[in-house]
Design a protein around this ligand. Structure first.
Ligand SMILES: [Zn+2]
Length: 96
């Protein structure tokens, strides 16, 4: 069984369950028994959170056209690396 959406002219949208592929184009409204037309709508697109959708879209775009960056991405306004060396041993390395 699958859930299909119908729209009654008086009562609005309602769902009805039919076997897959056997949903009639019109059915009776459960409230007023009037003829209701089948409605085709996007299934469960609101179930995915907006941040997840954005991440999936970014990953899909990255597969075809990766973003070019000029520095290591970090928090906005915060340098990714402090001015001084991060490890005391780095101070002993030869300077260019
Ligand atoms: Zn109705």
């Amino acid at each position: 069984m699958a859930t299909y959406e119908y729209r009654c002219p008086r009562d609005g949208a309602f769902d009805a369950a039919y076997p897959i592929g056997q949903a009639p184009p019109r059915t009776r409204c459960a409230t007023c028994s009037a003829e209701a037309d089948r409605v085709f709508s996007a299934p469960l697109l609101n179930a995915v959170s907006r941040p997840l959708t954005a991440a999936l879209d970014r990953a899909a775009r990255s597969a075809e056209a990766p973003e070019v960056v000029s520095r290591i991405p970090g928090r906005r306004g915060t340098p990714t690396r402090p001015n001084g060396p991060t490890h005391p041993g780095h101070a002993r390395l030869p300077r260019p």
